[in-house]
Write a protein that binds this ligand. Structure first.
Ligand code: IDP
Ligand code: MG
Length: 147
């Protein structure tokens, strides 16, 4: 299994609820290492660009309004099989359908205010990380002998 990087976002509802620490604990406890982090208030343009693949969906406008309603925590997580592992830790998009013990099951408000974002494929992880971070903002973690 290869060491991968994925983009994680703690959404405005997660910051509002004050559960940054609890969420990051789940990543760290499962072998995902934060290698870049930044708090940011997304502009409408930034949120629209990030979610551009959803621009024809009925929930797009609400989603952009939600994602710009308060600050978010942008993170790059690194680890073995990080993309899929992060999606498993997050749980299904709709918290009502999310598995027990997942972030969304335990913390999300509803299908929109679902606390976390995670890249869904290696291709999108690359694009999404580059959307928010320069390579020089990502620390080099030495995985040698540390898995
Ligand atoms: P994902 O975040 O689990 O990958 P996507 O289908 O990529 O889910 O949708 C992106 C985001 O759009 C979701 O995380 C959620 O915030 C919002 N969203 C998705 N489906 C709905 C919906 O049916 N109603 C309202 N918001 C939705
Ligand atoms: Mg998605």
């Amino acid at each position: 299994m290869a060491i991968e990087r994925t983009l994680s976002i703690i959404k405005p509802d997660g910051l509002e609820k004050g559960i940054i620490g609890k969420i990051i604990d789940r990543f760290e406890s499962n072998g995902l290492k934060p290698v870049a982090m930044r708090m940011q208030q997304l502009s409408q343009k930034e949120a629209e660009g990030f979610y551009a693949v959803h621009k024809e969906r009925p929930f797009f406008k609400d989603l952009v309004a939600f994602m710009t309603s308060g600050p978010v925590l942008l993170m790059v997580l690194e680890g073995e099989n990080a993309i899929l592992k992060n999606r498993e830790i997050m749980g299904a998009t709709n918290p009502e359908k999310a598995a027990p013990g997942t972030i969304r099951k335990d913390f999300a408000t509803n299908v929109e205010k679902n606390t976390v974002h995670g890249s869904d494929s290696p291709e999108n992880a690359k694009i999404e990380i580059a959307y928010f971070f320069r390579e020089t903002e990502i620390v080099k973690y030495d995985w040698t002998g540390r898995k």
